[in-house]
Design a protein around this ligand. Structure first.
Ligand code: SAH
Length: 237
């Protein structure tokens, strides 16, 4: 937790904040080993970042006075990530990583090789997704939560969502064996499509290419979804 992310509920008015959840309190006690008087890095969800003075710390609550709150959060990446829904634990880690890297738009997509049962996972509940996003923001020192949407049908995504997305973004389909290598240091808004653990099937690749996405590869090594996404984002931006 490199930043204490304050939600609207934590703000008590008058430049003061109070947190009472066991996770953040435990971190203050056991990792930061904070004591009253400490100046800590904080951010207001959706707003600015800065320093807050810890004024009181008990087993149940931590009280802060916000001091300098004038630092903007870091710039987001110009990317919309379309991720075939990975298995729940991989999803949790991937959401954290991509949030830490600055992705602000994420679509979780159904494809042929996504197991249908993954859509029933508790990891997909709004509160659970929110938790992983918050961990990513706290890790990276950011305050802007990503938007996560669920797209539970490949064909509706292809026919109803993709055409308008491709008007705003250049579509890049990450798929091993494509003729072109992943571009580097791009400046344009990018729609990045990443497949499930079993990959996209040939028909899906054909449809995505026909819709206007460009295929690209990351070299001969087949990477796990969480590694592939991290490698793709760092190479692209
Ligand atoms: N067995 C699958 C690989 C799945 S890896 C196959 O051979 O297609 C999961 C996803 O990570 C892939 O769908 C792709 O989007 C991305 N990925 C992993 N390694 C990659 C590479 N070397 N080049 C491009 N994309 C890669």
């Amino acid at each position: 937790m490199n930043l204490i992310l304050l939600s609207p509920d934590d703000l008590t008015g008058d430049n003061r904040a109070c947190i009472s959840d066991p996770r953040r309190l435990g971190h203050l006690h056991n990792v930061h080993r904070s004591t009253p008087g400490d100046l800590l890095t904080v951010g207001i969800q959706g707003g600015a970042m800065g320093k807050a003075r810890l004024t009181e710390l008990t087993a149940e609550r931590a009280y802060f006075t916000l001091e300098t709150m004038d630092e903007p959060p870091p710039a987001p990446l110009p990317v919309h990530l379309v991720l075939a829904l990975p298995r729940p634990r991989m999803l949790a880690r991937t959401l954290e990583h991509v949030t830490a890297l600055g992705v602000k738009d994420i679509t979780l997509l159904h494809t042929k090789r996504v197991e249908k049962s993954y859509w029933q996972s508790p990891e997909l509940r709004t509160e659970k997704i929110h938790q992983h996003l918050v961990l990513g923001l706290e890790q990276a020192r950011d305050t802007q939560l990503p938007n996560v949407t669920l797209s539970k049908g490949f064909r509706p995504f292809l026919e109803e969502q993709l055409p308008s997305l491709l008007k705003q973004y250049r579509g890049l389909l990450a798929h091993p064996g494509m003729p072109h290598a992943c571009p580097r240091d791009v400046k344009y808004p990018t729609l990045l499509l990443v497949g499930p653990e079993g990959g996209f099937i040939a028909w899906e690749v054909e449809q995505l290419l026909a819709a206007g996405c460009e295929g690209m590869h990351l070299g001969p090594r087949i990477l796990r979804v969480e590694t592939a996404v991290t490698a793709l984002l760092s190479r692209l931006f």
